[in-house]
Design a protein around this ligand. Structure first.
Ligand code: GTP
Ligand code: MG
Length: 333
């Protein structure tokens, strides 16, 4: 095999800083590149920057096959534009799979969360919710794959870090005699090229690298802060009743200024420190300013960090890291 079975990179023995590096002496005996070996064994991650062009080339090839595509979406961090991915896949049926259900409060109804699929503006053949972490709904996922697949090959696509590779590993763990898993990590751009994974004689899954979302806060953070931002468990929401001018701070990442009567519910990682200040302060005013007009029952999304549900129609000012996408959407919850 001339490709790493963990991330799909083509093996090379020249440059340790480039993808697919493997020592000459390991070429015969190892099926993993050095980067995958380090991620798996030491949790050490080497960042490789990929261009989205390569990703779109893969989508064009998938479009030629007419095979079933599973579009994985992180329910906690629904990417702003899924239309672009789907625009390349006109010949494929798309099974929309919302992953990471475990992060959102358990008290929410799955049927209500699924309504959101219709607001994405994409065409899909079916939709469902899973949690790879909790092994939730995988029998149902397999039923749907069986029902909709056009051939043995089923492609898995989506933005980076949504859990595509983790989902494939869970399918292997649950339903295959194979022990060959693909590489996953907390950091984006783990999978670097397509990886073919045979589950059984009727099903082969093809893992793909995730599309990079430039406006995602994950692109701008150091590993320690990244780990804090990525929720590990069910998030405990915090609701602030706003009755006068005040500011809310989310760690050193976000400042929210709000003046008018409102309720703000924050859906973000429990590890982040959230505080409220009633006095005038110049803290974090040097960050990028976003002036938003938010209507009732809309969310403010800070891409990659989470969202804030707002109950009343008001102007709100958000300051965050320059380059991070901040926008308003109709409420998920
Ligand atoms: N809480 C939670 N975390 C998950 C779930 N599924 C995946 N993750 C985590 O999300 C992170 C990214 O997972 P990957 O499987 O590497 O994501 P990917 O979509 O393959 O990412 P790329 O290869 O970079 O495109 C890892 O830290 C996973 O443990 C889930 O259902 N719940
Ligand atoms: Mg992956």
């Amino acid at each position: 095999m001339n490709k790493c079975r963990g991330c799909g990179a083509i093996f090379q023995t020249d440059n340790p800083l480039e993808e697919g590096f493997i020592k000459k002496e390991n070429l015969e005996k190892s099926t993993l590149c050095e980067r995958c070996f380090k991620i798996r064994n030491y949790g050490e991650y080497q960042k490789i920057t990929k261009k989205n062009d390569e990703f779109f080339k893969i989508l064009k090839k998938i479009n030629e096959t007419k095979d079933l595509v599973i579009l994985v979406v992180d329910l906690f961090n629904i990417n702003k534009d899924l239309k672009e991915i789907c625009s390349y896949l006109k010949n494929n049926d798309i099974l929309l799979v919302f992953n990471k259900r475990d992060i959102l409060p358990l008290s929410l109804k799955n049927t209500n969360l699924l309504y959101y699929a219709d607001k994405l503006g994409i065409k899909y053949i079916d939709k469902m919710i899973i949690s790879t972490k909790k092994n939730f709904n995988f029998d149902f996922l397999m039923e749907k794959i069986k029902k909709y697949k056009k051939s043995n090959n089923v492609y898995v696509v989506g933005y980076t870090n949504v859990g595509k590779s983790s989902m494939i590993n869970k399918i292997i763990y649950n339903y295959s005699t194979s022990i060959l898993d693909v590489t996953t990590s907390v950091l984006p751009s783990t999978t670097l090229s397509s990886v073919t994974v045979k589950v059984n004689d009727e099903l082969t899954l093809i893992d793909t690298p995730g599309i990079i979302d430039d406006g995602n806060i994950m692109n701008y953070l150091e590993p320690a802060m990244l780990k804090k931002v990525l929720p590990k468990d069910e998030i405990r929401t915090i609701t602030y009743q706003i009755r006068s001018k005040q500011s809310i701070f989310i760690d050193k990442l976000v400042r929210i200024d709000c003046e008018l009567f409102n309720n703000l519910t924050i859906y973000m990682s429990n590890a982040l420190e959230v505080s409220r200040v009633f006095d005038t302060t110049d803290k974090l005013l040097d960050l990028e300013k976003h002036e938003l007009v938010v209507f009732d029952n809309q969310d403010i999304v800070i891409s990659g960090l989470g969202f804030i549900k707002v109950t009343n129609s008001v102007p709100i000012t958000i300051y965050t890291i320059p380059g991070v996408d901040v926008y308003v959407r109709s409420s998920l919850i």
